[in-house]
Every structure is written in structure tokens, then in C-alpha cells.
Design a protein around this ligand. Structure first.
Ligand code: SF4
Length: 99
């Protein structure tokens, strides 16, 4: 594990990645850099695609509807590697909303 990952903020567990699906192009940089296997990249479902605006749907089509999803967001240590790695600036670290 990279040294800087160990230096995560003490309140790291209070943050988790939120992906802007309208921006995400499924390039999987987040998946490659995350030390905690937070992400998966897959083809978005029809419902997920419909939640996007028209321009984002067209952009999504151009990339085969591949998107990243934070399927293990509770494992996030808020190191910020995915935020820095995303070429579309589609990831932010936010406090999870209460259920
Ligand atoms: S901030 Fe770090 S631990 Fe959290 S999802 Fe991104 S790369 Fe993974």
C-alpha cells in the first residue's frame, strides 16, 4: 500500500466517493488506483442512463454506456487517489447522506 495512503485524514471514514455519472466515461482510472476496491466499472442500466440529461446520454452512448460505480463506498479511506486520477473530474469525496 502506498505510503501516502497511510496518511489519510483522521475523519476519513466520514467521506465517500460520489460519481457524477453524467461526466464519467468509464475509463476505470479510479478502479486502478483505489487501494480498497471501492469501484466497479460496468455498463449502466437503462434506468441509470435515463437519469442523465440528453447530452450526457449521447456522450454515454459514445462510450458504450460504461460507468464507474462506488459499490464498496463504505470501504473508502478518503485518500483522494481516485479524485486525482479521474480524467473527467467526475469524483468528489462527500459525507454520505443519512439513509
Ligand atoms: S478516496 Fe481513496 S479509498 Fe476512497 S474511493 Fe478514492 S481511491 Fe478509494
Amino acid at each position: 500500500m502506498p505510503e501516502h495512503v497511510e496518511a489519510c485524514r483522521p475523519d476519513a471514514s466520514a467521506l465517500a466517493p460520489v460519481i457524477d455519472l453524467a461526466k464519467c466515461e468509464g475509463k476505470a482510472d479510479c478502479l486502478r488506483v483505489c487501494p480498497y476496491d471501492v469501484f466497479e466499472v460496468r455498463v449502466a442500466t437503462g434506468a441509470e442512463r435515463k437519469s442523465l440529461g440528453l447530452m450526457a446520454q449521447l456522450k454515454s452512448l459514445a462510450h458504450g454506456h460504461k460507468k464507474a460505480f462506488a459499490v464498496n463506498a463504505d470501504q473508502c479511506h478518503a485518500c483522494g487517489l481516485c479524485v486525482a486520477a479521474c480524467p473527467e473530474t467526475a469524483i468528489r469525496l462527500l459525507k454520505p447522506r443519512p439513509a
